[in-house]
Ligand binder design. Sequence first.
Ligand SMILES: [Fe+2]
Length: 287
Amino acid sequence: MSAPQIQHFYDEPTGTLSYVVIDDQSGHAAVIDGVLGYSMQSGRTDTRSADAMIDHLRQHELSLQWILETHAHADHLSGAQYIKSQLGGQVAIGEGIRNVQAHFAPIYNLDDDFETDGRQFDQLFADGDAFRIGELECAVIATPGHTNDSVSYRIGDAIFVGDSLFMPDFGTARCDFPGGDAGALFDSIQRLLAMPDETQLFMCHDYRPGGRDLRWVCAVAEQRQHNIHVGDGVGKAEFAGMRSKRDAQLDLPALIVPAIQVNIRAGHLPDAEDNGIAYLKTPIDEF
Ligand SMILES: [Fe+2]
């Protein structure tokens, strides 16, 4: 199987890692977890992060085929629709997004014309689905736990794990969002860690504990030996107990309220009202 060429991009304000994955043979590419910047203070979006990816794709004259999301993120707005507006491509996510939409649509009191069947996306993936980036064979691995809709993408010997795992010194993602489940996350991680030792796992975040240099990729063997939450020998009950204790102490992500209402729309901002201005809602006492 041919190997993908992978370029990472780091969005400093949210600690998000996004990727451009390229099939050299055909010049086709995919973007994974692109970011649209957003300021809570001003309500202003900014496209710097996404533009860096778009520039890279244009410079290398790549044809963007897929805009992949590993899940509906709570910590940043998806850049999917902005990127699509510039370069085309199909926006895809796991089919569990329907459950996330069904949970949050009433909280944001979205219009009746907001359907909770995932139609805002171009493609919904189920576990085991296969697709291609040019000639590269790609497979979808459902990895629920952090969220219900979380998926990982296996492309050659690389797996993009979303928020299922972080670098070994940071462990794993929280499981206390609606639809999150620590036991399910443990099981999902076991599937990832059962891959061959040398399999390269690409993270969606790095928070650089202790101020260390940025890292974004880690072999299965290193995760198995050194992950502080799920390294060899840690059982499911122990993990779930640790996770719920830790999650109870975490603040919500700064952008959770705007992020979820944009991300369940596949990265579409709300339509402008009759004055030509678009608004994001803040439900009071719901988060
Ligand atoms: Fe996440």
